[in-house]
Design a protein around this ligand. Sequence first.
Ligand SMILES: NC(=O)c1ccc[n+]([C@@H]2O[C@H](COP(=O)([O-])OP(=O)(O)OC[C@H]3O[C@@H](n4cnc5c(N)ncnc54)[C@H](OP(=O)(O)O)[C@@H]3O)[C@@H](O)[C@H]2O)c1
Length: 121
Amino acid sequence: MRTLLIGANGQLGSEPRQTFSDNDLVLLTHGDNELGDRSQVWETLHRYRPCLILNTAAYHRVGECEDLPECAFAVNAVAARDLAIATKEIGAVLVVSTSVPIMSLTAGSAAPTGRVICPGR
Ligand SMILES: NC(=O)c1ccc[n+]([C@@H]2O[C@H](COP(=O)([O-])OP(=O)(O)OC[C@H]3O[C@@H](n4cnc5c(N)ncnc54)[C@H](OP(=O)(O)O)[C@@H]3O)[C@@H](O)[C@H]2O)c1
């Protein structure tokens, strides 16, 4: 099974590198793939055609995010949404990481249960 690991050189990304080492694992660093570049992400997904995408990339240097909220929103919200759309297009499964519980998976609906805050908006 081909798996795409986005954020491969990050702290969280280092764990699946070991867990999925027996699989067809494609490692993508920030240098390989700019999440904010929708066309590059689309091209990457269509080139590798993975079954599973693990996205551990995030823009979360707190000081920078506070100074540049539009950058944080572009990567962590818009690009994450675009990745989900592109994943659906190729029929793959997307796994994302977050430190904040935002969805209720037990209530039988996808209704957000937490607040998503974009500083400065
Ligand atoms: N580490 C944990 O124990 C842990 C636990 C629970 C949840 N999380 C969540 O998991 C996510 C990642 O955490 P982490 O600790 O692994 O962070 P990290 O070590 O900073 O890794 C984040 C990775 O994302 C890449 N990245 C940043 N902006 C990007 C962009 N625009 N396009 C492509 N790649 C980009 C970074 O590359 P560059 O450094 O080259 O920019 C880096 O490799 C965060 O949302 C965090 O809250 C982490």
